[in-house]
Design a protein around this ligand. Structure first.
Ligand SMILES: C[S@@+](CC[C@H](N)C(=O)[O-])C[C@H]1O[C@@H](n2cnc3c(N)ncnc32)[C@H](O)[C@@H]1O
Length: 183
């Protein structure tokens, strides 16, 4: 799917897509650049869209890692299912069903492109709470956003939250790295 097709799909479903263009390569690097590739990891992706972050993750993850992607848009799910990589599992349901598929402490990284500011407060809180639950000690929740609207929610939910900003995206974006710390 090229940028134009992504744009058309985004216009059809603007509230759930929350973007007009795919994440840029620079933004993707800021988002997933800290994920190690030298060991097998369990990684979950929330809101993969047509898969630009998914493909970058598959390009860097260890051959014995797994990547599970939760996506609600059927057109995007169809595109994701064309990615031929046995590490990838595409789940066509909402990110607020994370704990149906993962047990507590079983995930190393949650990588989210979800448009948090456009998701209902109760659903958003469920997604963040479930992300906390499934993360292993030392695991990280990585998220990009176009505004700092949900900084407070993330600060209240994780013990460490750092934010970076990049102009190299349309529109410019913030990247959060959140962790619960080691227990
Ligand atoms: C901004 S797009 C991200 C696209 C791509 N990952 C990127 O970075 O360019 C957000 C995606 O989140 C998906 N989405 C929105 N709410 C969701 C939810 N509750 N569960 C799973 N996916 C959701 C949308 O369908 C859309 O594909």
């Amino acid at each position: 799917m090229n940028n134009w097709n992504f744009f058309r799909e985004a216009l059809k479903n603007f509230r759930s897509t929350g973007a007009i263009a795919r994440a840029s390569p620079v933004l993707i690097k800021h988002l997933i650049g800290s994920i190690p590739s030298d060991r097998p990891l369990t990684v979950v992706e929330l809101g993969p869209g047509e898969g630009c972050v998914t493909r970058a993750l598959l390009g860097t993850l260890h051959p014995r890692s797994t990547l599970t992607a939760f996506e609600i848009n059927a057109a995007f799910v169809e595109r994701l299912q064309l990615i031929a990589d046995e590490r990838l599992r595409v789940i066509p349901i909402g990110a607020d069903r994370l704990t149906d598929h993962f047990s507590p402490g079983s995930v190393d990284f949650v990588v989210s492109s979800l448009p948090l500011s456009m998701i209902d407060q109760s659903v958003k809180q469920r997604i963040i709470r479930q992300s906390q639950q499934v993360l292993a000690p030392g695991g990280e929740y990585l998220q990009y956003q176009y505004a700092l609207q949900d900084y407070g929610l993330l600060k209240d939910s994780f013990s460490h939250v750092s934010v970076r900003f990049t102009l190299a995206n349309l529109p410019p974006a913030f990247v959060y790295s959140c962790s619960l710390g080691l227990v």
